[in-house]
Design a protein around this ligand. Structure first.
Ligand SMILES: Nc1ncnc2c1ncn2[C@@H]1O[C@H](COP(=O)(O)OP(=O)(O)OP(=O)(O)O)[C@@H](O)[C@H]1O
Length: 275
């Protein structure tokens, strides 16, 4: 479990990126931080592996205050995937994935074997192992980024807008892959996005944030859709308009559900019986 307790971050230029933020992030679940640009999502994420240190407050992992944990060791024990994969351009795919195991002392042969296993896990073919990042598509590069983050078998995986730069079709594929992976891997995933649909698709726990990482609502997607905390959240999640606003229409063959654009989205059934 990751725990933020009254955490704040003031950058040296006076920007208050995070103001008195508290949250518990459970193990084995996906928690998504969602909110508009600049609200402090990345800052929160980077505090978990001490790429950013809080100005005030305490951050604990499994009950242990991480303030004094060696940052390098902590970073190697936590997977981190960023938007533009962050791969090293002069390393091959296999070498990129094997970076952390090599730093942890694994032999070249064993770390290559591990890299090939991980490539399979994330849906890459072995023939791509000796390519360089620029010889892969954006979606494939992100898969390498995920494999690299998983290389030390971390309990925690931090993902900062990992699918933000790929086209919508590839993005949907990568989202489905992540859902599949999470069923197999069972990590604590902390995922940052500004896309509420992505947040609801991937998140077990969704945290809707406003400027200064102010929590507007924390809950499961169902809880938030069924009980938005206020009008701002309702509007942000598109409950009043957009794809989540469904209405009923009676037809001679029963009741159907109509979206905001007037398209029929499905048929209303109750207890398996068509109405
Ligand atoms: N190193 C820094 N120095 C000063 N201000 C910073 C620094 N990093 C971030 N900020 C500011 O802190 C605030 C929060 O930034 P952060 O990157 O955490 O937000 P975000 O929600 O992840 O935004 P985005 O979705 O655009 O990536 C912003 O106002 C940003 O300009």
């Amino acid at each position: 479990m990751i725990e933020f307790e009254n955490v704040s971050k003031h950058y040296p230029d006076g920007t208050v990126a995070v103001k008195d933020f508290s949250l518990q992030i459970p193990a084995h679940r996906t928690t998504v931080f969602v909110g508009s640009s600049g609200c402090g999502k990345t800052t929160l994420l980077r505090m978990v592996n001490r790429m950013v240190d809080p100005s005030h407050g305490v951050l604990r992992i499994d009950g242990e205050d991480i303030t004094n944990k060696p940052a390098v060791e902590l970073r190697r024990s936590i997977g981190y995937v960023m938007q533009n994969s962050g791969l090293m351009p002069h390393f091959t795919v296999a070498e990129n994935i094997a970076t952390v195991p090599r730093l942890q002392g694994m032999s070249k042969a064993a770390s290559r074997k591990r890299a090939l296993e991980l490539m399979e896990t994330v849906g890459l073919i072995p023939g791509q192992a000796d390519r360089y990042p620029h010889q892969l598509s954006g979606g494939q590069q992100q898969r390498v980024g995920v494999a690299r983050a998983l290389a030390s078998d971390p309990n925690i995986l931090l993902m900062d807008e990992p699918f933000g730069a790929v086209d919508p079709i590839v993005r949907a594929e990568l989202q489905e892959e992540l859902l599949r992976l999470q069923r197999e891997l069972d990590k604590a995933i902390v995922f940052v996005t500004h896309d509420i649909d992505e947040a609801f698709l991937l998140g077990d726990q969704v945290v809707i944030l406003a400027a200064g990482a102010q929590k507007l609502q924390v809950g499961s997607p169902s809880e938030i859709i069924e009980h938005p905390a206020n009008d701002f959240v309702a509007s942000f999640i598109g409950a009043q308009r957009g794809s989540r606003a469904l209405s009923l229409k009676q037809t001679e063959h029963g009741t159907v559900l109509i979206d905001a654009q007037g398209r029929t989205q499905g048929k209303l059934v109750e207890d398996g019986t068509v109405q």
